[in-house]
Design a protein around this ligand. Structure first.
Ligand code: FES
Length: 137
């Protein structure tokens, strides 16, 4: 039960409680002018209920959101095996299984945990602001 790997934390990964310094203007895209990237609204929470995956796009990046019992994670939506969309796969706890050849990934870290994939997929920081899901690109 480490906070470090939890999706909901004050750390730089997973979901935080929205108390960060990101602007809360009416735009869907807010650039905080510091940190690593731009926060982009990608979905409403209702679109990605617990146990589900959701394909989204932000700044031309294809991303798959994963809701693990209320904790949100975001990964590159390209399997590291053959670049096929991970959003076609299934979420099993915090493991995402690729539909195509059965590779498994830890959605918290992006690490490949089941063959045939051996390389990780990129992960993104996620923040829930009210009912809106933002990803940092
Ligand atoms: S493309 Fe995902 S396991 Fe092959």
């Amino acid at each position: 039960m480490s906070n470090e790997s939890s999706g909901v934390s004050n750390g730089s990964s997973g979901v935080s409680d929205g108390s960060s310094d990101v602007s809360n203007g009416s735009s869907d895209v807010s650039d905080e002018g510091q940190g690593d990237g731009t926060w982009v609204k990608v979905a409403d929470l209702s679109e990605c209920p617990p146990g589900q995956l959701l394909e989204v796009e932000a700044e031309k990046e294809r991303i798959v959101l994963a809701n693990v019992d209320g904790d949100l994670y975001a990964l590159q939506n390209r399997c590291s095996h053959q670049d096929l969309p991970l959003s076609d796969g299934e979420l099993d706890g915090d493991r995402l299984e690729c539909l195509y050849h059965g590779a498994r990934f830890d959605v918290c870290t992006g690490k490949a945990v089941g063959l045939p994939a051996i390389k990780p997929v990129e992960t993104y920081a996620v923040e829930l602001r009210g009912q809106e899901i933002y990803v940092q690109i």
